[in-house]
Design a binder for this molecule. Structure first.
Ligand code: PEP
Ligand code: MG
Length: 538
């Protein structure tokens, strides 16, 4: 007798023969497509077929495990019709000129890794679902049938991982237990197993020799016992309906406009620090990303991120946002964000020191690497570039020179990039405010960084806890500056927004709309509260 220890996701004891489950091959190839619109149409047709398959699975599951257990197939249907998901697929087909299977698989991988890197256990478990629907679409596109096979004889199903559709299509009366190497207790396979009253274990490090062996699954203690000599069976019901309901409720909040009753529209974007935050941006229905603090890419590493590493990150974000605006701020280190490998000297007053664009202009090789990655990634979505801590027109002209060099080099090297990328500056110094009329002639947009603007206007170090009570972003000086920036932007026909924390201050939302701000970019969780205020305005 041999015992493997794992984790139980549903209690109970099963005794029977082990059957190792083999997955269908869903690997896809990438190839160039001339008629991209026809390819987009193929996805549309495949989606209809896949939805019909899911409906069949739903009906089957309702009969076998009841409505709550079948709900996952409704969720899959919703996921498959999700605008962000479908937009990402068509965006990849159109921008890269590639086949539908590849676009679906890439979107599936991107979305799955986005969910997988989230903090919330439930959201993390959704990675398997998005992979599942993508695999289904790929199978339909490549004519591989529905992949919904039948289980053979009563057995303990042992697998690397199990997708919900693979789980439910098995004849319930023939499945004694599920045992997987991977998976999580919040996966829908686990939920289904609970609903089906079938013991289920995860994290079992089995080897292939177990195939065909008699075994006990002890769902109480989380063990798989090979060649057992006794039998017991227990059942538990632990459903995750609450989490499903929450997700459904969140979806219901999506799709509403951010506009006043009289029809004045505001662009409402979200701030992120990594690709993992994109899921939250979409879940909270932000219209785009108004500030991607790219320095976090540098902060997470112990050496300079390469052009390729950065390119992949920006590309993924752009693809996941599927044509929605993604404003990426170039490296803003220094002050409170110190990075060892930059080898920066100690400074008495780092907030007023060597930071952000000053470092980039001083170290063009670092700046250029990032710019190359950005202009290349811009091919894959709607990327804008934003430069932090600007104090002069001269800096903007220097940036333009470096950008021109980067483009020239990319052209000479035959590396594809997007030429007409929207470029703006952050207005976060009083100097930038006072020359915003001049800056507006040189850039495409302004984004006001109220965190720094407040610190520099009030001469209060934003890191100094002692001064927290007088660090006042509502100070009339700050608010007047915002108004001045908006007016100067509009005189030159460019847009102005806020990406500092103040943008999420709902006590000021009305005032911001009245000032004429075109955009607010806030933490994802503030998107809906701000939208609510705007929609209540006349
Ligand atoms: C700001 O200063 O308001 C801003 C958005 O940038 P950060 O907070 O990253 O300095
Ligand atoms: Mg700032």
């Amino acid at each position: 007798m041999k015992v493997f220890e794992g984790k139980s996701v549903f209690s109970g004891i099963a005794i029977g023969k082990i059957s190792i489950f083999q997955k269908a091959d869903t690997s896809v190839k990438r190839f160039h497509i001339e008629d991209v619109e026809a390819e987009v149409k193929r996805v549309d047709e495949a989606k209809a077929t896949a939805l019909a398959q899911l409906q069949k699975l739903y009906d089957k599951a309702v009969q076998e495990v009841g409505e709550s257990g079948a709900a996952i197939f409704e969720v899959h249907q919703m996921m498959m019709e999700d605008g962000d998901y479908l937009d990402s697929i068509s965006n990849i087909i159109r921008t890269e000129g590639v086949n539908a299977e590849y676009a679906v698989a890439t979107t599936g991988d991107n979305f799955a890794s986005m969910f997988a890197s989230m903090d919330d256990d439930y959201m993390r478990a959704r990675a398997a679902d998005v992979k599942d629907i993508s695999d289904r679409l790929v199978r339909v596109l490549s004519g591989h049938g529905d992949g919904d096979m039948e289980a053979s004889e009563p057995s303990i199903i042992v697998a690397e991982d199990l997708a919900p559709s693979e789980t439910v299509q098995m004849d319930k009366s023939k499945v004694l237990a599920f045992v997987t190497r991977k998976g999580s207790s919040n996966s829908h396979t686990a939920i289904l197993a609970r609903t089906m009253n079938i013991p289920a274990l995860i994290n079992i490090e089995y080897d292939d020799s177990v195939n065909g062996m008699m075994a006990i699954v002890d769902g109480k203690n989380g063990t798989l016992i090979l060649e057992p000599d006794e039998k017991t069976l227990k059942k538990y019901q632990e459903l995750k309906d609450e989490e499903l309901r929450q997700r459904t409720m969140l979806r219901e909040l999506k799709g509403k406009q951010t506009e006043t009753k009289s029809g004045r529209k505001l662009h409402l974007y979200a701030n992120i620090g990594s690709t993992a935050d994109v899921a939250s941006v979409l879940a909270n229905d932000a219209e785009g990303i108004g500030l991607f603090r790219s320095e976090f890419i540098y902060l997470e590493k112990d050496n300079y991120p390469t052009e390729e590493e950065q390119f992949q990150i920006y590309k993924t974000v752009a693809q996941n946002m599927a044509g929605k605006k993604v404003i990426i701020r170039t490296l803003d280190i220094g002050a409170d964000k110190q990075i060892d490998y930059f080898n920066m000297a100690h400074e008495e007053n780092p907030a007023m020191g060597y930071r952000a664009i000053r470092i980039c202009l001083d170290r063009p090789e670092v700046f250029k690497t990032q710019l190359r990655a950005l202009f290349r990634a811009a091919m894959f979505g709607n990327i804008s570039i934003m430069y932090p801590m600007i104090i002069s027109v001269k800096e903007v002209l220097q940036i333009k020179e470096i950008v021109a060099e980067v483009k020239k080099e990319l052209t000479e090297q035959g590396i594809p990039f997007k030429d007409d990328v929207e470029q703006g500056v952050m207005i976060e110094t009083p100097a930038a405010v006072m020359i915003s009329d001049l800056l507006a002639k040189e850039v495409d947009f302004f984004s006001i960084g109220t965190n720094d603007l407040t610190q520099y206007t009030l001469a209060i170090d934003r890191q100094n806890a002692k001064l927290d009570n007088i660090y006042d972003s509502h100070h009339e000086a700050v608010l007047r500056m915002i108004k001045m920036v908006v007016d100067n932007a509009h005189k030159e026909g460019i847009w102005a927004g806020i990406c500092g924390e103040l943008g999420a201050d709902t006590t000021l939302t009305e005032r911001f709309v009245e000032m004429g701000l075109d955009e607010l970019s806030v933490s994802p969780t503030f998107v809906l509260p701000v939208r609510k205020i705007v929609r209540e305005m006349d």
